[in-house]
Each structure stands twice: as structure tokens, then as C-alpha cells.
Design a protein around this ligand. Structure first.
Ligand code: PNS
Length: 162
């Protein structure tokens, strides 16, 4: 079984992430969406909230996501990928700005664990400009985030910033 890990902060999950999850699910037998447990980065949503929001967001899309698992991890991604028996790390590329950082991370992860390769998927043109940080800024100022995040996340952001 070809397993891929799609790691990220997902604070919160966006429509760009969801699109990428479904695309990755067509390429691998199983995709593990792995939420980084990073309390030192002071995320807006807890790990449990982020996991729940991803699950709700996937359920809201009328596509078969039975091959998608949502989990969390702490420590090194390379260790988690090995533990889960994955052969690939999926990362989305929005632009050349992403590429510089992503290439370095991919090479470092390869140096740490060379049984898994990083696979870059270009983001969809319709969602490629979305970022969780910008979405949080917009929500904090009571802007309309509905075009950028799934409905479950719209509700969660509204609750956080009300
Ligand atoms: O959504 P993000 O914040 O861009 O995801 C970054 C993530 C989670 C992929 C990266 O920070 C990560 O892998 N962190 C785990 C710690 C680790 O393995 N660091 C070395 C990476 S080369």
C-alpha cells in the first residue's frame, strides 16, 4: 500500500488544503493528513480543533475520502513518516516563494529518511493565493472569509473572533 503523509500546521485548514488532499488521494492508496502539534508557535486552534475542522471540511465535500486519515504528530516529520510506513511527503507549491523553503525542507527530510520522497503538487489557480495566516488576519478584522475556507472553518473563526 502506497501511503503519503501530507503534513502542515493547518491553522486553520483552507479550501486550498482541501483541494490538495483530494488530489493527493487520487495518487496514493492512503493519505495521512498530519497536523503539527506545535504549541510553541501559539496556534489559534488547538490540535484537536484543527483535526476536527479538517474532518468536518472533508465531510462537506461530495467526494470519496475513505482513503484519507487525519492525525497529529510532534517532533520530526521524518520520524513520523518512517513510523507510519509512508513512501511520500506531499507538499503544495503556490509560487516560487514557497519553492525555496520547500526544497530545503525536502532535502533535509531526504537526508534524515531516504525511504520517502517529497512530492510537490502545484496548487489550483483558484485557491493558490490562499494562506491560513491571511485568512486569520481577515477574520480578525471581521472580513468575509467564506471564499477561502470551508463552511466549518468559517463558523469556527466567527466563534473565535466574536
Ligand atoms: O503548514 P506549514 O506550517 O507550512 O507546515 C510546516 C511543517 C509542519 C511541514 C514543518 O514545520 C515540519 O515538518 N515540522 C516538523 C519538524 C521537522 O521535522 N522539522 C524539520 C523539517 S526539515
Amino acid at each position: 500500500m502506497k501511503i503519503a503523509v501530507y503534513p502542515g500546521s493547518f491553522d486553520p485548514v483552507t479550501k486550498g488544503h482541501v483541494e490538495l488532499i483530494f488530489r493527493a488521494a487520487t495518487l496514493f492508496d492512503k493519505v495521512i493528513v498530519a497536523v503539527l502539534n506545535n504549541p510553541e508557535k501559539h496556534p489559534l486552534f488547538s490540535v484537536d480543533e484543527r483535526i476536527e475542522l479538517i474532518r468536518d471540511s472533508l465531510a462537506q465535500v461530495d467526494t470519496d475520502a475513505t482513503s484519507v486519515e487525519v492525525d497529529s504528530f510532534g517532533g520530526l516529520l521524518a520520524h513520523y513518516v518512517k513510523e507510519r510506513g509512508a513512501i511520500a511527503i506531499v507538499r503544495g507549491l503556490r509560487s516560487t516563494l514557497d519553492f525555496e523553503n520547500e526544497l530545503q525542507m525536502a532535502q533535509m527530510n531526504w537526508a534524515l529518511y531516504d525511504a520517502a520522497s517529497t512530492v510537490f503538487l502545484p496548487t489550483d489557480a483558484e485557491t493558490g493565493f490562499i494562506s491560513s495566516s491571511l485568512v486569520k488576519q481577515i477574520a480578525a478584522h471581521h472580513g468575509d472569509v467564506r471564499p477561502f475556507v470551508p463552511a466549518a472553518v468559517v463558523e469556527a473563526l466567527t466563534r473565535k473572533y466574536s
